[in-house]
Structures are given as C-alpha cells and as structure tokens.
Design a protein around this ligand. Sequence first.
Ligand code: PLP
Length: 397
Amino acid sequence: MQHSTKTPLSDDLKRLIGQPVAAIDTPAPVVDLDAMQRNLARMAEFARKHEIRWRAHAKMHKSSAIARLQMQAGAVGVCVQKTAEAEAMAAGGVTDIYISNEVVAPAKLARVADLAHRLATEGGQLAIAVDSHEGVARLANAMADRRRTGEAAVIDVFIEIDVGQGRCGVAPGRAAVDLAQDIRKHPALRFAGLQAYHGRAQHLRGAQERREAIARAVQDVVFTRNLLRQEGIEVPLVTGAGTGSMVCEAASGVYGELQSGSFLFMDADYAANEHDPAQPHFEHALFVKSQVMSSGLLHAVCDAGHKSHAIDSGLPKVLTREPTGELDYANGGDEHGILRPARGNQRVPRLDETVWLIPGHCDPTVNLHNHLIGVAGGLEHGRVDKIIRVDARGALT
Ligand SMILES: Cc1ncc(COP(=O)(O)O)c(C=O)c1O
C-alpha cells in the first residue's frame, strides 16, 4: 500500500500562525526556525568547503517541505530508509531520492519500480542499496515488469558494505565485486557505487574514537574499490556518514557524498559527543514545549512524557532558562516529566511555567507527531511562522 499521509491542518493549527510562542498549547514539538536555518547554512558551507556532495537524510525530519528547503540550500537530494518514506517525499515534490537501505519484499519492490519510473518522467532519479544477489534479482524483476509496459527508467544501485556497524551490508572485498558484476547484467539497474555508512561510529563519544573508526571504514572502502577496479569496474561514488562522523568522511578523499540528517535539529544525545574541532557548530533546533502542571517543595511535574519525545537514546535535557536555572528531567511515564533543580540553591519551577525539552533522539521524536510548529524570532519572544507537516510520519513499510 502506498504511503500518503496528508493530515489536514486543523483550524486551531492554522490560527496559530502569527501568534506568539505563548499561544502554543503543550506538549508540542517546536522547531526554532532560525537555529534550523543556521544549521542548514553551516552544513551547506561545510560541504562547499570540502567539495563534497550532501544528500540530507530525511528519515530524521520526515518532511518533504524541509527536504525541499535542504535542496534549495545545496543538498543534491534526500536519503530515506523506507519505500513509504520515498513515496511521501515524492508526493511532496522531491524528485532525487536514495533509499539508503535494503528492500527485498517483492510487493515493496513493485512500488520501488513504480516510483523509479514516476520520478524519471519528472526528470528525477531513484536510487537504492543492495547487499544480496537475491535482492538484486528481485529488484531487476520488478524493474523489468515495469519495462514491459513500455517505460525504460534505470534505477541507481549502491552496494552496501559493512564497515563496522554489523548491520546490513556485505563484507568489504570480493562479495561486493560479485554483486557489482551481477548488477551490471540487468539493463534497468545501474551500478552507482558503494554505501559505507558506519552507524555505530556516530555515537562514539570521543572525537579520536570516531576518527579511528572511520579510518578503518576508509580502508575497507579503498580495499573494495581497488578490487572492483582490478575487474574493470569503476566506483562512481562512495556515500555514507552521519552527523557524528561526517568530518572524518569529508576529509577522507574517498567519500563523495555525506548522508547526515540529525545536524538539522541536533538532539541531546549528539550534544553529548565530544566536539570535533573540524565540525561546524550545530545548535539544538527541535524542542518539546511543555508546561508545569504540578509543583511541590522538592520537584515539579511537566506535561511531556515519552508520548511526546523518544527516550531510546536517553531522557530529554531541559533548556536552561532564568530564573529557574538548570533542571534535571526524570522519567515520569507516558505523560509526565519530573523536574528537579540541578543545584540545591535553585528553586522548583512553579505552576504554569514553560519548560523547553531537548529530545534525546530527534528521529523517533519527530515520528510521534503529525506536525511540527515552526517558530521564528526565538523561543522567548518569537512567533509561530509555519506549521511543518510530517508527511512521512509512520511511513514504516
Ligand atoms: C544509512 C544512514 N545514513 C545516514 C544516517 C544519518 O545519520 P544522522 O541522523 O546521525 O546524521 C542514518 C541514520 O541512522 C542512516 O541509517
């Protein structure tokens, strides 16, 4: 089934545009649009300086409107993880899409082939990752089925090699050569290069640890690329990298495309990484606005629990504001957060006070919401500028 979430904007949401931040009901996911734009500009500048392409990962924001903004800023297109995410991006006007993940179910591959042909007619391009001969055969079949109807689109195919995460991907070396030879037998498939994404390296806390992990990934890529060259197969592009390690891939001289996604919103987990001096300064841009609904002598309770933000990568941090000062957030369950002053000489927040949470992990937090509320002019004194539809929300297939 095709994904087509077009959640209509409620009248309440429409009326919010132009209103001060105080008018936003809680709990609510809020994007600081100024911080987001600064992150976007820093990413674009970083890629320009390093003469590297960037293909922002849309699994993070799941919004075709944000994807289009990223492309206006210089991204060559978007990555997605799921067929349904690709469909949602295409429905929102994005025409250059890479499914940076394996798809093997024939019913899904029929949708992939359908989308490849649709994008081709719009002057766009679809790409996908593979890591098995069976996957190549099924993709080729799906594309051939569409070709029989007279359409002749070609899908770009990246071979994923496992460079240390232990997730998808063939082992670096010979297995990739065999797959590339296989891909080249099918007229509707074009060997586009190698996907070498090291997910685990993103969250290694030390900058040196990340550098070492990506240095090993680079060795794997070079080894595989040399074997391919010996067989007369050129590797047009090596793609990979996330927000945590992108400075390493960018400096490698081997990767040609960065897939970072989280840099745009920057969650609390990424902020816990040791900063690499080569990394642009990315600011938190996604917050959950919440309100204190109960206040006692030693603690207060806000109205945002883990139905408002994901906690797989840790609990949210509380944005420090005066006069409350630094607050610790403890898990109060689905609908509550427990707030305590981080230091003894600070006061407990009072009833009605606004508390801004910085989610531990932005991707699954966004996926909890149909819309994000975009604020311009800052969280303190800004106004609601736009409502951003999360049009790939729940696009899991
Ligand atoms: C294949 C792939 N590329 C890129 C990314 C983007 O990483 P980040 O959001 O950490 O920048 C991810 C995230 O999980 C991913 O799975």
